[in-house]
Write a protein that binds this ligand. Structure first.
Ligand code: NAD
Length: 364
């Protein structure tokens, strides 16, 4: 019999979507028993809408609830690492929104804490889920795509003054980054999900769309460990919002649809290089079962992995890889240099990817 996990959701902005798109659609696997937010209006509104019995403004209250199995962290970015560490110390499972932490040093702290912990931490990358991208992933994993040649990844979204009216957004101190960290992180995760590890990065960033501190436009040129090349382009000033992902491999090209916030969903075009490649791909997808998008797809995969003690659908190493790319992009944009990966504890940006002028050390 499936064990129903009791969940506490902390932070009710995107946290509300976790409930609506994820937990509420899988009530045989999850029960949202508690909500936590400093904003009492949000607490009451979301609590009433989803009929959640416990509501509190205190994170410590949540940690003290012995029947809570999962703490779902959807607070602003600087709280993610400390709240995750506290929840793991309280022997809870944790799911944490992006960015998992504010530096590679903090991610490594979480990886070390996880090794000693009873509970397990899953970072959120819900955009991996969707029927189109998951088919492409299977084809790549089975080795049917062949040599990766090139990918082009566009994240062209729109943000205006309303979005930046929320005080933590737009500032280095509290958002920790701009379009590279907050928005394009999803498309960039999908890129490495299909293309594998990165060897080196060159980037330029600019703030051109909104009067904010952090970047809202970025371009980058990457070389992958495989030798493949990748171009990234991200802006928050696109009048039509799209996410466009194209992957050219030896035996197949994959092309996403343009839907900005569900880029994993069909229709993805799967364009084989030959009738033979097409036959191999068709055979590999013969028993395909539809994969729902975003949290609706991620959450049951996460529940199954927890139950089986198997690898989680998004791992701490995945979060580290994505924040390593953020660190490299930021460092390259700041220095004008090509940045080689991996980035370890001896790198100048290991403890913070923020520009020197914006970090605590730089302001002293
Ligand atoms: N995966 C995605 O697609 C996605 C989408 C949106 C946001 N996010 C991420 O989720 C996080 C939250 O973003 P948001 O847009 O929902 O922000 P938000 O400001 O709308 O919501 C955050 C909530 O956290 C509450 N909060 C702040 N401090 C708290 C504390 N100590 N204890 C309890 N509650 C507290 C606030 O009152 C607020 O209601 C960010 O890291 C953001 O990048 C992810």
């Amino acid at each position: 019999m499936t064990r129903v996990l009791n969940v506490a959701v902390v932070g009710l902005g995107i946290g509300k979507s976790h409930i609506a798109e994820g937990y509420a659609k899988h009530s045989d696997k999850f029960r949202v028993l508690a909500l936590c937010d400093l904003d009492t209006k949000r607490l009451a509104a979301v609590g009433d809408e989803f009929d959640v019995p416990r509501r509190t403004a205190s994170f410590d209250d949540v940690l003290g609830m012995s029947d809570i199995d999962v703490v779902d962290i959807c607070t602003p970015p600087t709280l993610h690492a400390p709240q995750t560490l506290a929840a793991i110390a309280a022997e809870k499972h944790v799911i944490c929104e992006k960015p998992l932490a504010g530096s590679l040093a903090d991610v490594d702290r979480l990886i070390a804490a996880q090794k000693r912990a009873a509970g397990r931490i899953m970072p959120v990358f819900q955009y991996r889920f969707g029927n189109g991208l998951q088919k492409a992933k299977r084809i790549v994993e089975l080795g049917l795509a062949g040599k990766p040649y090139l990918a082009t990844i566009e994240t062209a979204w729109k943000r205006t003054a309303d979005y930046y009216a929320v005080p933590w957004r737009g500032k280095w101190e509290t958002e920790l980054g701009g379009v590279v960290l907050t928005q394009a992180i999803h498309s960039h995760d999908i890129m490495t999900y299909l293309m594998g590890p990165i060897a080196s990065v060159f980037a330029r960033t600019a703030t051109r769309v909104n009067p904010i501190e952090v970047e809202d436009c970025a371009v980058a040129s990457l070389e992958m460990k495989s030798g493949a090349l990748v171009s990234l382009a991200a802006t928050l000033g696109s009048q039509r919002e799209i996410s466009r992902l194209r992957f050219c491999f030896e035996h197949v090209t994959f092309e996403s649809a343009l839907e900005p916030y569900q880029p994993g969903d069909d229709p993805w075009e799967i364009i084989p290089a030959s009738p033979e490649a097409e036959a191999r791909i068709d055979a590999a997808l013969e028993d395909w079962r539809f994969v729902p998008s975003r949290y609706e797809g991620l959450f049951p995969a996460w529940h199954a992995a927890l139950a089986a003690k198997a690898e989680l659908p998004v791992t701490l190493e995945d979060a580290r890889r994505s924040l390593e790319l953020v660190t490299a992009l930021m460092h390259s944009a700041e220095t004008g240099q090509v940045v080689d990966l991996p980035i370890g504890a001896d790198h100048p940006k290991y403890r913070s990817w923020r520009p020197a002028s914006q970090s605590a050390a730089g302001r002293r």
